[in-house]
Design a protein around this ligand. Structure first.
Ligand code: DO4
Ligand code: MG
Length: 301
């Protein structure tokens, strides 16, 4: 099952169920469900999976539901028109890094040292705090280039959402936008590379875990469009991930309270060349056939 959150003028946020090119409004007849976070909380209480709960809600409703064309909601956020928002209000976003060999190799070549390879092959993964809701952008909303960075890169990643008991409840796409020049200058500047306004976009949908046959075999592609020209195209497959999500969660939860609805981004397998650092007005498009297409314009902060 594919879920979205969307904003409707005069009504606020609602949850939608994607069926083909159509979004069915789940909140219309279920006023206690305004967000996917509400679904997680209720599913935990009644001990059902999210898709079982949503199926039951859809079957139980007598009233017809409003339908939206997906393409109409997949538009630039504007309070005057209905539009997609983040697919969940993740209270925290965490990231893992150097989980793909390519990411370790290129970062070590650039830094002329071996710290990334050491982490790539160590039992302990690289984990970092990434964002809170006010730093995150949904579909078609701007991602940021810090005012003190001249080399900010897009990092297209598979991300998962955690439920009440640490289980993976669904998957989405995440752009772990990073000020590479800061982290190259000194690894201790990683937090400033990773955490700032507009540092993270994710969406467009949240696909429930039971609808993804194999999360370790998903194609992810990325394009950067500047003006009329596609200046970068790259792709990877999550089969190239060197770590399992169980392994990542094992470290994430060590002595660390993680609230339900937390988003975990699993690292990038697509490394954009340094010459193609993001510029104001670029459009970054990240796609995965099972999840959809996440598009964000770049804004110079
Ligand atoms: O330390 C560098 C960040 C690594 C990262 O974010 C990634 O590999 O995706
Ligand atoms: Mg990353």
């Amino acid at each position: 099952m594919k879920l979205v959150q969307f904003y409707q003028p005069g009504q606020g946020t609602g949850v939608g169920v994607v069926q083909g090119d159509t979004i069915l409004d789940l909140s219309e007849n279920n006023p206690d469900i305004e967000t996917v976070n509400d679904l997680i909380q209720i599913a935990g209480t009644v001990r059902m999976s999210i898709s079982e709960l949503v199926d039951r809600m859809m079957n139980d409703q007598d009233e017809a539901v409003t339908e939206y064309a997906y393409d109409i909601l997949d538009t630039v956020p504007d309070i005057a028109v209905p539009h997609l928002t983040l697919p969940i209000f993740a209270p925290e976003v965490w990231g893992f890094g150097v989980t793909y060999k390519r990411s370790a190799q290129i970062r070590d070549e650039d830094a002329q040292n071996t710290i990334y390879d050491q982490v790539y092959t160590s039992p302990r993964p690289e984990a970092f705090f990434k964002a809170t809701p006010s730093r995150c952008s949904g579909p078609n909303a701007p991602i940021g280039v810090r005012s003190d960075s001249t080399l900010t890169a897009t990092e297209p990643e598979l991300a998962y959402v955690l439920g009440e008991e640490g289980e993976i409840i669904g998957y989405t796409l995440c752009n772990d936008v990073s000020a590479w020049d800061l982290e190259k200058e000194n690894p201790l500047y990683l937090n400033q590379s990773k955490i700032y306004f507009g540092c993270c976009s994710f969406g467009p949908t949240l696909v429930t875990a039971d609808s993804i046959d194999d999360p370790y075999n998903l194609d992810i592609s990325c394009q950067i469009i500047r003006g009329e020209t596609t200046i970068f195209e790259g792709q990877t497959n999550t089969s190239q991930l060197a770590r399992t999500f169980e392994e990542l969660n094992e470290y994430l939860y060590r002595d660390n309270p993680i609230p339900p609805g937390t988003l975990v981004s699993t690292g990038t397998g697509i490394m954009v060349p340094n010459e193609l650092s993001l510029m104001d007005g670029d459009i970054v498009v990240i796609s995965c056939p099972e999840i959809g297409t996440l598009s964000n314009p770049v804004m110079q902060l």
